[in-house]
Design a binder for this molecule. Structure first.
Ligand SMILES: C[S@@+](CC[C@H](N)C(=O)[O-])C[C@H]1O[C@@H](n2cnc3c(N)ncnc32)[C@H](O)[C@@H]1O
Ligand SMILES: [Zn+2]
Length: 289
């Protein structure tokens, strides 16, 4: 007998309901009738038909829409990000090795492809939890990757209890160090992937006049203020771009937001055969005070 995605996702949520914390009043939550999460103060959050739960108290309109997430999925599924994901998976596997059970939160997971790819390489007793403020991303994730917990939620007000997570991933998304520290188990690991100056430089050359990306913030220094055993790894490679990938690549990146139709047409007409991936992956463990 096959069960629906909603029921499958609801079962995973129910057996891990101890993780949840009401985003309104911060009390614990339980699953009722495999269809809603309810807190001790009776705040109630229905599961969607695909089995995600919206735990963001206010509706958020983001620029990350359905077509952007479809484009991200197409590009990510092409192997574009594989070397970065392989590195992250290796770090996570090493960290959770020998544990009976492990919980991995992807904060700002988008449409869930990264979390799903990482989980597929980890022991089956690993539970993945993906949150994002963009409902379109979480809808796609719950539909495409049932068996994890998917929630529309604000990473600045995470609807989870303290000290529950073995690992928090934060890939190309904003961080909230206070929240992540609260959520990690003692010695839990935080892994953040940040773009470097070469990332998508072939596209940047079209959309911006300067080739070099300038960014004043120093994510490693910020990271080291909060975590111990900090390591950094720069991962740079050139990915061969098959002809069908240029359009979704242009569509998926915030780099092109605000660009004129003319510029987009110009980029679509270009013969870009290779695209540069350039990331630093920073990891560290929660400081034990
Ligand atoms: C560039 S996308 C990266 C998505 C995904 N990690 C990936 O690499 O494909 C940034 C994501 O951060 C999410 N985001 C931004 N602010 C957020 C917040 N406060 N809480 C949760 N998600 C947030 C956006 O909705 C978006 O999906
Ligand atoms: Zn409540």
């Amino acid at each position: 007998m096959t069960i629906s995605k909603k029921i499958f996702n609801a079962q995973v949520m129910e057996s891990n309901s101890h993780l949840f914390r009401c985003p309104i009043c911060a009390s614990g939550m339980v699953m009722e009738d495999k269809s809603r999460l309810v807190c001790a103060d009776n705040h109630s959050f229905d599961l969607s038909k695909n089995g995600y739960v919206n735990l963001a108290p206010q509706a958020h309109v983001t620029k990350y829409d359905k077509s952007l997430f479809e484009a991200r999925k197409t590009v990510m599924s092409s192997g574009f990000f594989n070397q970065v994901l392989e590195f992250i998976t290796h770090k996570v596997r090493e960290h959770i090795e020998g544990r009976e059970q492990a919980f991995i939160l992807d904060a700002g997971c988008g449409e869930g492809t990264h979390l799903s790819a990482i989980l597929s390489q980890l022991p089956s007793k690993t539970t993945g939890i993906g949150i994002d403020l963009a409902k379109e991303g979480i809808t796609a994730a719950a539909k495409e990757y049932p068996g994890s917990i998917w929630s529309v939620a604000d990473l600045a007000n995470c609807p989870f209890q303290e000290s529950q997570f073995d690992v928090i991933l934060n890939i190309l998304s904003p961080a909230n160090y206070a929240e992540f520290t609260r959520l990690l188990k003692p010695n839990g690991m935080f892994v953040k992937a940040v773009p470097e100056s070469g990332y998508l430089k072939e596209l940047r050359a079209v959309f911006y006049d300067d080739e070099e990306r300038t960014d004043d913030t120093d994510p490693v220094a910020r990271f080291a203020q909060h975590y111990d055993a900090v390591t950094t790894e720069r991962i740079t490679y050139v990915f061969p771009l098959s002809s069908g990938l240029l359009a979704p690549l242009i569509r998926m990146t915030p780099l092109t937001w605000g660009a004129s139709e003319e510029k987009i047409e110009e980029a679509l007409g270009m013969d870009i055969q290779n695209i540069t991936i350039d990331f630093t992956v920073i990891s560290g463990v929660k400081r034990v005070e």
